[in-house]
Write a protein that binds this ligand. Structure first.
Ligand code: URA
Ligand code: SF4
Length: 271
């Protein structure tokens, strides 16, 4: 499919501008750009350091956005970590919605600032509220199993966040105004980490990212693209605790997601 090159350039510029605005939103106010030595030099390679051992992201089918992602300057791990810590500090002091009143600890999220995969849950439960960390209760144990036992990754390799950062009373679903008040933090976290893949866990997270009212049964395991990222919705681990047979579908969805970003699928867990 041939595009008008001018339209393509304009779209590319718009995509780069969006990336830069995301970086500004994430609290990044300076970006160092190093010109590659040759057209084929790995991104970020400099004479002082050998080529990064981190594998280049595999090519994806997202065309212009993928080109924009390559053209836009990458944040260093340190810059990402600093942006995430700044967001977390704001979250811990936040009183933008009523949920701050009931919290023991806010739960900003945690994980690898360079994660390729970001999981999004609904909001902290009791254990999360007590510890200030996401997914540390029973549902969290199951998420950790999915990541480590299923995907063959360390939990520390991914990033885990929630739609709302403070525990709703009795673990009720976040109200629309609470989600709306809190979502800018999530979007800034996404911009900072810049993951290739977002896995949304359950309806509230899926609805927040895809802005849809469709039920999970219709959305799960499908591949969406948002701002150059792959988004794959699946069931929430808390739902799996109530309905263990749905684990099979979650494993299918996770495999779809991993394949989509070129991650090898471990051969265990048949059935
Ligand atoms: N459920 C969620 O949605 N998020 C958590 O952090 C824990 C349980
Ligand atoms: Fe602020 Fe989000 Fe907590 Fe509401 S849930 S007080 S918006 S951090």
């Amino acid at each position: 499919m041939k595009e008008d090159p001018r339209a393509e350039a304009l779209e590319l510029i718009a995509a780069i501008r969006m990336r830069l605005m995301n970086a500004v939103e994430a609290g990044i106010d300076a970006i160092r750009i190093e010109a590659p030595k040759t057209a084929t030099a790995p991104r970020g390679a400099s004479p002082a350091s050998p080529p990064s051992p981190a594998p280049e992201r595999p090519p994806q089918g997202s065309g212009l956005f993928d080109a924009a992602a390559k053209a836009a300057p990458a944040l260093s791990t340190g810059e990402k970590a600093a942006a995430l810590e700044a967001i977390a500090a704001e979250v811990r002091a936040c009183t933008k919605c009523r949920l701050h009143k009931g919290r023991t600890n806010a739960v900003p999220g945690e994980g690898n600032p360079d994660a390729r995969i970001l999981f999004i849950g609904e909001g902290p439960g009791e254990n999360e509220d007590l510890q200030g960390r996401p997914f540390v209760g029973r549902a969290g144990e199951l998420l950790t199993k999915i990541v480590e036992g299923g995907m063959g990754l360390k939990r520390e390799a991914v990033f885990i966040a929630n739609v709302v950062k403070c525990r709703p009373p009795e673990n009720r679903v976040p109200l629309p105004d609470e989600a709306a008040a809190c979502l800018p933090y999530l979007h800034r976290q996404i911009a900072a980490v810049n993951p290739e893949l977002i896995v949304t866990l359950g309806r509230p997270a899926t609805g927040a990212i895809l802005e849809t009212d469709e039920p999970m049964g219709k959305l799960r395991g499908k591949v969406f693209h948002r701002e150059g990222r792959t988004v794959v919705p699946t069931y929430h681990p808390a739902y799996l605790l109530r309905n263990p047979p749905a684990k099979r579908e979650v494993w299918e969805d996770i495999q779809v997601a991993m394949r989509e970003i070129g991650l090898p699928i471990p051969d265990r867990r048949r059935g």
